[in-house]
Design a binder for this molecule. Structure first.
Ligand code: ZN
Ligand code: FE
Length: 240
């Protein structure tokens, strides 16, 4: 069983600290910065042994070098972005397996936000780390890819079991939900979810992780019936 800690950093990033108790290994997903991550691990008496990056953006890799220097940890990330992440040591792609102590994640290619973006899926733990590909009621912007690619990503992720916990890298839920209500004004599950989200955000609470089932019911990008609809929604959200 993994223990997963959310560390809010910068304006809206979440860094995930993942501990595997049997082996005492601890891994960090997408450290934007180092200091709060090192502090949280130290507070818990956990030794960081690995960093896993989903994509090259600095708000996902900015803490790599400093955490490596402080802990000697090993850094894993997307093969297709090796030139953009000079700190990478192990390069992975779709279908590769990555081990954290006694648990294993498989790598899923999810290009579109960046050209080599990957997700890490712990199938036995029903847990997936999706970086900036899937958000609560949203998806990543298409900086280096197409709506057709993002549509394929949404199809892949929607095939995971509904109770899979989805750990994304930003607290974008409220603004995503406000757009989602424009895209699907008659979606009752969406309306109900937004009430809960607004209440949580008013109290300063986080709204992630989410689940695949909740996204399948309320996420206008995962629910887009065609790549063309996803494209229209992405353009509309960019301007929202
Ligand atoms: Zn990004
Ligand atoms: Fe990001």
């Amino acid at each position: 069983m993994l223990e997963i800690i959310r560390i809010p950093v910068l304006s809206d990033n979440y860094v995930w600290l993942v501990h595997e108790p049997a082996s005492k290994e601890t891994m960090v997903v997408d450290p934007a910065v180092a200091e709060p991550v090192l502090a949280e691990a130290e507070k818990r008496g956990w030794n960081i042994t690995q960093i896993w990056n989903t994509h090259w953006h600095p708000d996902h890799t900015g803490g790599n070098a400093e955490i490596k220097q402080a802990t000697g940890c090993h850094i894993v990330g997307p093969q297709a972005e090796k030139d953009r992440i000079p700190t990478l040591e192990t390069l992975v792609k779709e279908g590769d397996l990555v081990r954290l102590g006694n648990v294993i994640a498989d790598v899923i290619d999810v290009p579109a936000h960046t050209a080599g973006h990957i997700a890490f899926h712990f199938s036995d733990e029903k847990t997936v780390f999706v970086g900036d590909t899937l958000f609560a009621m949203g998806c990543g912007r298409l900086f280096e890819g197409t709506a057709a690619q993002m549509f394929d990503n949404m199809r892949k992720l929607s095939k995971l079991p509904g109770d899979t916990m989805v750990y994304c890298a930003h607290e974008y839920t409220q603004s995503n939900g406000e757009y989602a209500l424009v895209a699907e004004p008659d979606n009752e599950a969406l309306k109900k979810r937004m009430e809960a989200v607004l209440a949580a955000r008013a109290k300063g609470e986080a709204t992630v992780p989410t689940t695949i089932a909740l996204e399948a019911a309320t996420n206008p990008f995962m629910r887009a019936a065609t790549a063309e609809i996803l494209a229209e929604r992405r353009i509309a959200k960019d301007a929202f």
